[in-house]
Design a protein around this ligand. Structure first.
Ligand code: FES
Ligand SMILES: [Fe+2]
Length: 394
């Protein structure tokens, strides 16, 4: 832990640390946007809030685990982490996709260690235990005289997965058959959102490239920045600002999502204008941590992964309608523009995190014109944290 954060935390809350319940109660989720404040600074800096988020929000929601285009053939797999736990998605010999905890039943090592790949079977690198692509334990070297050991009870533990558009989502909320069935019966996103995304025909877009960024800030700082309704765009992203009609920016909150949208206007900045076209730019945020940014023939997604209370990984995937060799240069240019925008966002998010840890700041106010998306985000968080706290107290 950064000793500076520790000092700030200590000084900010005085000798007696506030209880988790007090910190959560400090946010008022009722009331209108024109009266609303942001969530308190401690929600971005307190380890206990981070752990509660992992146990409630991230352990109980559907989380993006991989792209379907990574999992085309039997044996194709991806690994990730959800709420800090290792997860594996694999296509079986029977062509079915399955999700597992990527935790060996012998001594808990990660069975698959690459981010993605194709395997004949799942072999743990530690002592060589081998699992089938369906997660059954098949091989246990030097294990002959062990009593009361049943291989069939020592397979990989399965988790629920589902497909939505171009992605596989996983939920680690339970491994029992009833929990898996329960998760499978839940829809991933609200019907209205699913319809809108369906109408974009994302099947016509093809994955091009992935970029990963590590940010020294809480995951919610990145989401807040995304959801400020273009408030920061003319100040922070001057290149992007020249193709967006900032005054026409719209913000619509739906059930568990927010759509921010801006008409695209012709730009005098040729570099930007050639890679950002179409009538409107659509920015969908899907609670809690997934974003879809759509321009005509161009999509990028942002998956925001909490690493520690003050550290976040954001994974960008870029997709284009045309990924042929002739379109390559334009696609590379488009990814490059995304990268410059991201660098500006990273710097401001890290600046905000330092400010949130300062004794000078407790809570801020929200722009009625711009920040309705943040208001929705904070209320949804508050709901989940209150429910999580109540469940922990049971
Ligand atoms: S931990 Fe996997 S084989 Fe020992
Ligand atoms: Fe930005």
């Amino acid at each position: 832990m950064d000793p500076r954060n520790h000092t700030n935390e200590h000084e900010k809350f005085g000798a007696v640390k506030k209880s988790l319940a007090d910190i959560i109660a400090a946010y008022q989720p009722t009331g209108s946007l024109n009266n609303a404040s942001t969530i308190p600074a401690a929600w971005y800096t307190d380890e206990r809030i981070f752990r509660l988020e992992q146990e409630t929000i991230f352990s109980r929601s559907w989380q993006v685990a991989g792209r379907i285009d990574q999992l085309n053939q039997p044996g194709d797999y991806v690994t990730t982490e959800i709420a800090g736990e290792p997860v594996l998605i694999v296509r079986g010999s029977d062509d079915q996709l399955r999700g597992f905890f990527n935790v060996c039943s012998h001594h808990a090592a990660a069975v698959m260690t690459e981010a993605e790949g194709c395997a004949q079977n799942l072999r743990c690198p530690y002592h060589g235990w081998t699992y089938s692509l369906e997660g059954e334990l098949k091989g246990t070297p030097d294990f002959n005289d062990v009593c009361n050991f049943d291989r069939s009870e020592n397979g990989l533990q399965q988790i629920a997965i589902t497909r939505w558009e171009k992605w596989v989502f996983a939920s680690i909320s339970g491994t029992e058959p009833a929990a898996l069935a329960d998760a499978a019966s839940q829809q991933v996103f609200a019907a209205e959102l699913s319809k809108q995304i369906h109408d974009l025909h994302l099947g016509q877009l093809h994955w091009f490239e992935r970029r990963r960024y590590l940010l020294n800030c809480n995951w919610k700082v990145f989401v807040d920045n995304y959801l400020d309704g273009g408030y920061h765009v003319p100040h922070l992203h001057k290149g992007l600002d020249s193709v967006l009609d900032y005054s026409e920016y719209t913000i619509e909150n739906g059930e568990g999502y927010c759509l921010q949208s801006s008409p695209v206007v012709s730009s005098t900045n040729q570099e930007v204008a050639t890679v950002r076209r179409g009538a409107r730019a659509l920015y969908y945020w899907l609670y809690p941590n997934f974003m879809l940014n759509y321009y005509e023939g161009v999509l990028d997604t942002n998956l925001v992964r909490p690493v520690r209370v003050d550290r976040t990984e954001v994974i960008f995937d870029f997709y284009f309608a045309d990924v042929s060799e002739t379109a390559r240069e334009r696609n590379v240019q488009s990814v490059g523009l995304g990268e410059r925008i991201q660098e500006e966002d990273v710097a401001i998010c890290e600046s905000v995190q330092r400010g949130l840890a300062s004794r000078a700041y407790q809570q801020g106010r929200l722009s009625v014109r711009r920040e309705a998306g943040e208001h929705l985000f904070h209320r949804l968080l508050c709901n989940d944290l209150r429910a999580g706290l109540a469940a922990a107290g049971d």
